[in-house]
Design a protein around this ligand. Structure first.
Ligand SMILES: [Zn+2]
Length: 234
């Protein structure tokens, strides 16, 4: 089987989306770039919780199905359009996680500034207008939105993320769903306290030159302790 490792990865992340309740057995799709001009993508109409690598189709970025025995996802044109818009990324994940998707049908936005993890991993998601699922219009609208950011909230539909790796795109969907839950729970709890502008700036700012990494900090502490013990023993 061609591209065995890549198709195994795509199948694995599709099953993981299902196992983590981030999609239904029929919804959601995952694609991964193969070289410069092809992608592999999950199929249409099969149980997403049991997807196997040999069911993952291979399509060129011009839309030619190189695995005609397999029926690719109905959102294949959306994935192709996103890969063509974002040649810097390798993976695209689309799903309909319940909480995040609820916000796609609401005037209230997912608040990614409530906790540090979502502020760093998600930033501000991009909103895309509604278009019918599987349509060329949807492919156009969503791919245009990915030119603005890595996370797209698709009106009355679901969410889509991109990443340099499948893990990064998956992580963004998982953190987005968690962030949607946190937005909802804090709404229920009452008065809330989001991160301030300066706290948000500090989170996304590159580390200062004199700021030690965790590893450097551990090495520094170990050296201090060893020096003290050596002194005590001398
Ligand atoms: Zn969808």
């Amino acid at each position: 089987m061609d591209y065995r490792a890549e198709r195994e990865d795509v199948a694995y992340f599709m099953r993981r989306l299902y196992d983590k309740n981030l999609t239904t057995c029929s919804g959601g799709n995952v694609s991964l770039k193969l070289g410069k001009d092809k992608i592999c993508i999950t199929p249409s109409g099969l149980d997403k919780g049991r997807i196997q690598p040999e069911q993952i189709g291979i399509i060129t970025l011009e839309g030619k199905n190189l695995t005609p025995e397999l029926k690719p996802s109905i959102e294949t044109s959306m994935h192709i359009a996103v890969h063509n818009t974002r040649p810097d990324i390798q993976a695209v994940v689309h799903a309909h996680p319940v909480t995040a998707s609820s916000f796609t049908a609401s005037e209230i936005k997912i608040n990614t500034s409530l906790i540090a993890e979502s502020a760093v991993i998600l930033g501000t998601p991009v909103f895309s207008q509604y278009a019918k699922q599987g349509s060329t219009e949807l492919a156009k609208i969503v791919s245009a939105a990915t030119a603005q950011g890595n996370i797209v909230i698709m009106a009355n539909h679901g969410v889509l993320t991109v990443g340099e790796t499948l893990l990064k795109a998956f992580d963004r969907i998982e953190v987005l769903e968690a962030s949607a839950k946190i937005t909802l729970y804090t709404q229920l709890l009452g008065p809330k306290r989001a991160l301030s502008d300066s706290q948000l700036t500090e989170l996304v700012a590159p580390p200062k030159k004199d700021e030690k990494t965790e590893r450097q900090l551990i090495d520094f502490i170990v050296k201090e302790v060893v020096d003290k013990i050596t002194k005590l023993n001398s």
